[in-house]
Write a protein that binds this ligand. Structure first.
Ligand SMILES: CC(C)(COP(=O)(O)OP(=O)(O)OC[C@H]1O[C@@H](n2cnc3c(N)ncnc32)[C@H](O)[C@@H]1OP(=O)(O)O)[C@@H](O)C(=O)NCCC(=O)NCCS
Length: 139
């Protein structure tokens, strides 16, 4: 696992506290799965505050050749809207700049759409001249 926009590994407890800060209960109600997911990620980029506390994280799954899937990007609400999310996404993009497809799934919320569009992403149905279909199955 590559680690770190700010460098260094992340502890299980600080990861769970960060996911808790954004209310992602699907992760925090099963800590073992969440920490396994972090360890199994291809890249974990982190953002830390001046005191060294974990305030943001982005993780990606990739074959390092043709695809990079951005699985999570989250910033503690107390540190949002100050460029941390952009920095995390840029860290993933820089690491996988040789990979053509960077894809993700997100909730149908205006703020998330605005964030990804500000970072240069296009929703599949808005692709021109050829819109694309993205399928998913949650189990
Ligand atoms: C989405 C999220 C990661 C953005 O992090 P952030 O640190 O606040 O984002 P930044 O400050 O780097 O903003 C980057 C750009 O996105 C825009 N943006 C971010 N959040 C926005 C919002 N809610 N509404 C509109 N624009 C938004 C910013 O205006 C900025 O644009 P600019 O650089 O052109 O001014 C953060 O809001 C978050 O953790 N949300 C909860 C978890 C989540 O929903 N993650 C995404 C789905 S996986």
């Amino acid at each position: 696992m590559d680690s770190g926009l700010a460098g260094g590994p992340v502890s299980d407890s600080e990861v769970l506290a960060l996911y808790e800060s954004v209310g992602w209960s699907a992760y925090t109600r099963d800590p073992k799965v969440t920490t396994a997911a972090i360890r199994g990620s291809s890249l974990v980029a982190t953002a830390r505050n001046a005191g060294g506390g974990l305030v943001g994280l982005a993780r990606a799954i990739s074959d390092d050749a043709t695809i990079c899937y951005l699985q999570d990007i989250l910033v503690d609400p107390a540190f949002q809207k100050s460029g941390a999310g952009r920095g995390l996404l840029e860290a993933v993009r820089t690491r996988y700049q040789h990979v053509r497809q960077l894809v993700l799934i997100t909730d149908d919320e205006p703020g998330q759409r605005a964030f990804y569009e500000a970072l240069g992403f296009t929703e599949g149905s808005d692709f021109r001249p050829d819109p694309v279909r993205i399928f998913a199955q949650f189990r």
